[in-house]
Design a protein around this ligand. Structure first.
Ligand code: FRU
Length: 489
């Protein structure tokens, strides 16, 4: 179904309750609803927003269009949790209901100040000629989760030299000042990030552009996030307009980072290495991080991409968030590990130890549709080995190591209902290792695979039939020693 502009910008508050109930019923009848991922009750979820630890809880909001699986009038939807695993539905956080966010409360971030959580976000507006004008807005949440929007925007003008693609403020505190990075497009239609500073969260000063080495790198950088970890500076962002190159940049838009010396605030220079993709899979965009009271840097992303149709669309909903991942730095690279608290989800455990010799094998206890699975291949001389999950006679999702090419390959060409095939059905990345660990979290319609303790990660939505529950191990042209544990979730 084609959505008209009018439909996309109609308000949740103006809908008849019968319409919302019917939509929710359609969503709940979808066979691909997730069981332990954050997903919208109806409509479309996109970027994680306002991720912060405040007043005894992790707070996590997301971009939400309630009325269907398309991008339209965006709200902030609020979830909260004590353990990053069990999430409480805290209802709508921000409604697009004033003249500074009338066409959507777009992405932003949160920080605590004076005992209150300050949410800073982009208010999207359009004039009668549909020309966009973004405002950066502030809303303040108290310890009872009551959110109040400030009357006036905190940044109303786009600085000279930039277009109206100017959004997604990410705020942090350094010494006694607040800083925010904002995703921007220069007038020559190249992407970049600009820096603002503030003493009080309400008056913001334009400092200028971050001076990176990436002067011509796509046409827009969305959702920037700057933080320091282990004495290094990290800038995460989602550039648009990067062309595929070998195994890299295969998705419609990318998400990645540059890492280097700490940002030099005085002249905004950032000495850094090359751009590296965060995730090697299919469905990953617009990540956001926060720091928690234990000093952990935790990242969550949208498990989806703009401008791609998904099989759940016909059931009136689309997308979910990734699981929270803790970030580390090793050898100039970000390492991602599922947060430890996810062990709380573990139920019944099974275990297998086997030597595979040029064969495909399955084991009695090893099957399921929702599980955590950790498989170590400690020794191998096979040319290729791997695991098939959500498998049946006709379907399988494959993660494998090609020891000749030295590549990890994720193949969803037989995963079930196909979609986005024009962007390819496999994803790969180079990895040279003597031992391979596949650690994965499989939900009804997704898989997140952490390779070698988070050195590489592959995230993808999959849409298999509910009877595709087998797990199979295989080795080709040689042998592989496999030790595997599986927990039902
Ligand atoms: C990224 C993005 C952001 C914007 C938001 C709108 O997916 O396009 O740049 O703020 O989504 O929903």
């Amino acid at each position: 179904m084609e959505w008209t502009k009018e439909q996309r910008y109609s308000r949740l508050e103006d809908q008849k309750p019968e319409f919302i109930e019917a939509l929710a019923e359609q969503v709940n009848s979808c066979p691909w609803r997730q069981s332990f991922h954050i997903q919208p009750r109806t409509g479309l979820l996109n970027d994680p927003n306002g991720f912060a630890y405040y007043n005894g809880h992790y707070h996590l909001f997301y971009q939400w269009f309630p009325l269907g699986p398309v991008h339209g009038l965006k709200y902030w939807y609020h979830m909260k949790s004590k353990d990053l695993v069990h999430w409480e539905d805290a209802g709508i956080g921000i409604r697009p209901d004033n003249k500074y966010d009338s066409q959507g409360a777009y992405s932003g971030s949160a920080i605590e100040r004076d005992g209150k959580l300050h949410l800073i976000y982009t208010g999207n507006t359009r004039d009668e000629n549909w020309i966009r004008h973004p405002y950066q807005c502030l809303a303040v949440m108290d310890d009872e989760d009551h959110i109040e929007k400030m009357e006036k925007p905190i940044i109303a003008e786009i600085p000279a030299g930039y277009t109206d693609h100017f959004r997604d403020p990410k705020v942090w505190k350094e010494d006694n000042a607040y800083y925010a990075v904002i995703g921007a497009q220069r007038e020559d239609e190249t992407g970049c990030v600009v820096l603002y500073s503030s003493q009080n969260m309400t008056e913001w000063q334009f400092e200028g552009e971050l001076e990176t080495r990436l002067k011509q790198f796509g046409y827009m950088w969305e959702c920037p996030d700057y933080f320091e970890l282990d004495g290094m500076g990290v800038l995460i962002f989602s550039p648009q307009g990067i062309v595929p190159s070998g195994d890299a940049y295969q998705n419609i838009y990318q998400s990645g980072y540059i890492i280097g010396d700490k940002l030099h605030f005085a002249d905004r220079t950032f000495e850094h290495g090359g751009f590296q993709e965060l995730d090697r899979g299919f469905d990953f965009y617009a990540p956001q991080t926060t720091i928690d009271p234990n000093g952990r840097r935790i990242m969550v992303a949208w498990m989806g991409l703009p401008e791609v149709e998904y099989p759940t669309d016909k059931n009136g909903w689309a997308h979910c968030l990734t699981l929270p991942r803790e970030l580390f730095i090793r050898k100039g690279k970000l390492i991602q590990r599922p947060v430890k608290e996810l062990e709380l989800l573990r139920k019944q455990k099974s275990f297998v130890n086997a030597v595979l010799k040029n064969e495909t094998k399955s084991f009695d206890d090893f099957r399921g549709n929702r599980f955590e699975f950790r498989c170590e291949v400690n020794r191998f001389d096979a040319e290729e080995f791997g695991i098939e999950i959500r498998a049946s006679e006709s379907e399988k999702t494959v993660i494998k190591y090609d020891a000749i090419q030295k590549k990890i390959i994720f193949d969803r060409s037989k995963s079930g209902k196909q979609f986005a095939n024009k962007y390819g059905t496999t994803r790969s990345c180079w990895l040279d290792a003597e031992k391979i660990i596949f650690h994965m979290f499989v939900d009804t319609s997704s898989v997140e695979i952490f390779i070698n303790e988070g050195e590489e990660v592959f995230t993808g939505r999959i849409f298999p039939g509910k009877d595709s529950s087998q797990i199979r191990f295989y080795a080709k042209n040689g042998s592989a020693d496999v030790t595997a544990q599986k927990w039902e979730l």
